[in-house]
Design a protein around this ligand. Structure first.
Ligand code: F6P
Length: 462
């Protein structure tokens, strides 16, 4: 292969540029040209196919900086309908005109679903990314545990996970952790710690909502910030037990910090945030409102008198507040763990294309003997028997229902990722850059401005 393409699809993460940089560095060594497609699959749907040559003369363009969050080639949640044969044909022709011989999609489970039709046109592989850490399998035969059951609403069925019959061990996980996850946990932990001191001072109950859709990995990782209670989407919230625990803690320490994943459910399995949902093009549900719903529940259960009797607040509304970590979880400088493995996984994706792999992904594995190592895995191995790829749920054994925090296995899972996740340069950069006096004099200069000057279109291709 002489020339390959790369695109970043779905929601961004802090480690996307690191993945692109790792891919380009490997491609330089192997004398392969890399074209970056602008804004994910959107570029392929555009007859002009906006793209940037990322390694002219096998040298990285200077804008490609692994320590910069986001993606210099832009991202979008656009996907291509595999049944739209005409569009697929046009994309094939555009790729041929550009002399692209293979494609790397940097993405999560939605992208892995989305790249299936491309793998029938030209070699396509995925380099993983997602802050949600939901791309992967808890064990190899997890796809077989999904069932499709009839449903009155369109498309006429829903997927349901059967009870697992596999003995779980963290070494058996496929894609142990995904670039982007560690940084989002780092940001969330800091959020929890900062909320704590203000909750302590004002005798308040704080509910911190973190992202992750229906997977509780980010919430689990916030345990490093020592919230009192962690609620994850995989384990339905038992309101009675929760209220009692909050009461106990509030009476003891005059403040409580609760972390909730955005996809938490009630005991009937219905999302607390469900009343605000909509659908993105990848079919993912957009979840907002979990922390507010939880706050309303607590306000209802405690009532104003409870806080007035203690003379700690004027009302339940004044005593209980919510904070969303929000998109800061997805942005900014990636910490060492993410940068390092993102680059490795990007490099591995290039090797995979050159080895002749197709419809496969680079994965990050972990074993007690070897620690972390990169490997590859067949995309088909992620599909259930109907061809669907499902987001990975956090294994329920990672969570202790009684304590409402990580179990022993959950802690065992977190340790390899986070023990050395922050590098010296990460702390040094904080010291040097946050109060850089130059920032007061200069307006912000977006990397998009520089990249715009490099964008080429199909008509101008060599
Ligand atoms: O999948 C990544 C993610 O950040 C989820 O955790 C979150 O639910 C969603 O994307 C938010 O999407 P958007 O940026 O489109 O609001």
């Amino acid at each position: 292969m002489r020339r390959i393409g790369i695109l970043t699809a779905g929601g961004d993460t802090p480690a996307l540029n690191a993945t692109i940089q790792g891919a380009v560095a490997r491609a330089n060594r192997r004398r392969v040209e890399v074209y970056g497609f602008i804004k994910g699959f959107t570029a392929l749907l555009n007859s002009q196919v906006p793209h940037v040559h990322l390694n002219p003369l096998f040298t990285e363009i200077p804008e490609l900086d692994a320590t910069r969050g986001g993606t210099i080639i832009g991202a979008s949640r656009a996907y291509v309908d595999p049944d739209d044969k005409e569009t697929m044909l046009q994309i094939g022709e555009r790729m041929a005109l550009l002399k692209i011989e293979g494609l790397i999609c940097v993405g999560g489970d939605g992208t892995l679903n989305g790249l299936q039709p491309f793998a029938e046109l030209f070699p396509t592989v995925l380099a993983p990314k997602t802050i949600d850490n939901d791309l992967g399998l808890n064990h190899r035969n997890e796809p077989d545990e999904w069932e499709r059951v009839p449903s009155p609403s369109p498309p006429g069925y829903v997927y349901r996970r059967n009870k697992s019959r596999t003995t779980f061990d963290i070494e058996q996980m496929i894609n142990y952790a995904t670039p982007g996850y560690a940084t989002s946990v780092y940001v969330s932990v800091e959020g929890v710690q900062r909320v704590r001191t203000t909750a302590e001072s004002h005798r308040r109950i704080a509910i911190v909502e973190v992202m992750g859709r229906h997977s509780g990995y980010i919430a689990l990782g916030t345990a490093y910030g020592q919230p009192d209670i962690i609620l994850v989407p995989e384990i339905p919230v038992n309101v009675g037990v929760l209220v009692e625990r909050v009461r106990e803690l509030y009476e003891l320490q005059k403040n409580v910090v609760i972390v909730c994943g955005e996809g938490i459910t009630n005991e009937q399995g219905v999302e607390l945030a469900a009343q605000h949902t909509s659908q993105d093009p990848a079919g993912n549900i957009v979840l907002t409102g979990a922390s507010e719903a939880l706050r309303s529940l607590l306000i209802q259960h405690f009532g104003d008198a409870y806080f007035q009797n203690f003379r700690r607040a004027e009302s339940a509304k004044a005593a209980i507040f919510t904070r969303k970590v929000g998109h800061t979880q997805r942005g900014g400088r990636p910490i060492l763990f993410d940068r390092f493995y993102a680059a490795q996984l990007g490099g591995k994706a290039v090797d995979m294309l050159l080895e002749g792999q197709n419809n496969a992904l680079s994965i990050l594995q972990w074993s007690r003997d070897k620690g972390f190592y990169v490997d590859s895995y067949d995309g088909n191995g992620f599909r259930d028997r109907w061809g669907q790829i499902h987001a990975r749920y956090m294994h329920p054994s990672f969570y202790d229902k009684e304590l409402m925090r990580p179990s022993r296995i959950g802690i065992e899972y977190l340790l390899p990722i986070f023990t050395n996740a922050i590098g010296h340069s990460d702390t040094e950069v904080l010291r040097q850059s946050v109060f850089d006096s130059g920032s007061l004099f200069r307006p912000f200069h977006s990397v998009n401005t520089d990249i715009n000057k490099r964008i080429r279109y199909l008509e101008q291709a060599d």
